[in-house]
Design a protein around this ligand. Structure first.
Ligand SMILES: Cc1cc2nc3c(=O)[nH]c(=O)nc-3n(C[C@H](O)[C@H](O)[C@H](O)COP(=O)(O)OP(=O)(O)OC[C@H]3O[C@@H](n4cnc5c(N)ncnc54)[C@H](O)[C@@H]3O)c2cc1C
Length: 444
């Protein structure tokens, strides 16, 4: 058989708006679609247990959508691709770009290696509305504040989705081996996934449900964790099971603008991490490097398991453990509680979310945690501290969300439900301690 064009699938597990796949189809050559599982190449951010489990199901769904012709390989990206090229005689390798700094480094190295060996490499914009280097301030600097970034983007037209390639002419050779999905051993620490439908079909259904339901009341609904007010598309977006450009194109109605704004938060996070790669480990605001965080494994564990005594915090942490997802408002509340009332580092929170969230995403998680920690871009000032009781009263007034996730409070009336029970810290004490720590940092 004629040598194939190889499409290297990464976080773009879909057929629609997949420029690398489309370009490969258009070459007229047979197409070899591959996915490579490399633990080593993910360093220093190996996938968490929840992400691995989602990836497992997503790979199964994607392979099914291409007639079970996905070639799975295990091992270092560079070596695995090199081997595939050697085995098949391929002269072209295509992929969609990814933007996490440590993965960009890998891609550059692989690009160099393949082109040095005479293989043509083409990469495409696949998973963003705008590439991170496209949007800059008047002084050609990266934006560090969301609102001007957003206003700049509003004046621009995002990239349009590309057509879906028709029938894929798959490369086939009896000698071409594929690892089995179970051989990748992704299901080692898997949380329950049954309330989700990983894969492109599940993603498109979720978008449809959202557009015909919550979108109409998105602005009012998105802050209330007790109702289905948001799209729940974050994991589908992270794995590229749905294209953000496809979503943007299908948004209609007066509330669409609000939703588009959230998609731009995602773009903002991606460009921040791209321009400030150290922020996945260190705060963007340098002064916070010397912040006197506490170490307290016992209280950390109470927070992780949803046993702080603060109902809205515990509800959120238990939702995370039970479903691999947490409502955005509650992410902010639990985050603020960890960082400010418990005075534990945002990094502890980020790494717990990394392990437990299906939508764990280096850019969004870093932005979210540094935002609640007051040490990132566009941060809530450190001394603005969320009160979990007032937040609960405001955003879960009937206690619907709390009653669902903290069943021992099922019979408490809404007026009392937000009050703490055997709290691990008194709010006033935590608040004072946090402000003192902030002063200590400021005084050097
Ligand atoms: C401490 C903290 C940690 C977070 N960690 C992650 C993470 O690891 N992965 C992740 O995808 N999101 C993260 N977020 C952002 C946000 O909470 C989720 O994207 C959102 O809750 C996902 O639910 P949804 O798809 O229903 O959101 P919707 O309200 O329906 O929003 C649509 C999409 O917009 C994007 N988006 C929405 N809000 C944000 C935001 N604040 N920042 C960046 N993108 C946003 C997401 O891709 C989301 O799917 C974090 C937020 C905080 C405060």
């Amino acid at each position: 058989m004629e040598a194939p064009c190889i499409v290297w699938i990464r976080n773009d597990l879909r057929l629609h708006d997949n420029p690398a796949l489309l370009a490969a189809c258009k070459t007229g050559k047979p197409v070899l679609v591959c996915f490579i599982w490399s633990e080593g190449d993910q360093d220093p951010y190996p996938l968490g247990g929840a992400s691995r489990a989602w990836l497992h199901d997503s790979l199964a769904a994607f392979s099914h959508s291409i007639d079970d012709r996905l070639i799975l390989r295990k091992g270092k990206y560079k070596e695995a691709l090199h081997l595939l090229v050697q085995e098949t005689g391929a002269r072209q390798v295509f992929w969609n770009r990814r933007y996490e700094p440590h993965l960009i480094e890998k891609d550059k190295e692989i690009y160099q290696h393949l082109t040095d060996s005479g293989v043509e490499v083409q990469s495409f914009i696949g998973n963003v509305l705008f590439e991170p280097w496209q949007i800059a301030t008047k002084n050609s600097k990266p934006f560090q504040v969301f609102t001007p970034f957003y206003k700049t983007i509003l004046k621009l037209e995002p990239h349009a989705p590309v057509e879906t390639c028709g029938k894929i002419h798959h490369y086939s050779s009896p000698k071409l081996a594929s690892e089995t999905l179970s051989g990748l051993q992704l299901l080692t620490r898997n949380p329950p996934i049954d309330s989700w439908t990983p894969g492109e079909k599940g993603a498109l259904t979720a978008l449809d449900t959202f557009i015909h339901g919550p979108l109409a009341h998105y602005l009012q609904g998105r802050d209330f964790p007790g109702i289905e007010g948001t799209s729940k598309l974050s994991t589908h977006l992270h794995f590229g099971e749905i294209s953000v450009r496809y979503i943007a194109k299908h948004l209609m109605g007066p509330e669409a603008q609000e939703f588009y704004r959230e998609l731009i938060w995602r773009e903002f996070a991606i460009q921040l991490l791209f321009h400030f790669p150290h922020t996945a480990q260190e705060p963007l605001k340098k002064e916070f490097e010397s912040f006197p965080w506490r170490l307290d494994p016992e209280q950390l564990s109470c927070w992780q398991q949803g046993n702080t005594g603060y109902p809205i915090v515990d509800a959120g942490m238990r939702q995370l453990l039970a479903t691999g997802w947490m409502h955005n408002r509650v992410r902010m509340i639990v985050g603020s509680f960890l960082v400010k009332h418990l005075l534990l580092s945002w990094k502890e929170g980020a790494s717990w979310f990394w392990e437990k969230l299906f939508d764990a995403d280096l850019a969004n998680n870093t932005l979210g945690w540094q935002w609640v920690g007051g040490c990132g871009a566009d941060a809530a000032p450190y001394f603005r501290i969320f009160n979990p009781i007032l937040q609960g009263q405001k955003f879960d007034p009937e206690g619907t969300y709390i009653k669902h996730w903290v069943p021992e409070l099922r019979d408490v009336n809404p007026k009392d439900i937000h009050m703490p029970r055997n709290p691990i810290v008194e709010l006033d004490f935590g608040r004072m301690r946090a402000l003192e720590a902030y002063q200590e940092m400021r005084n050097g």
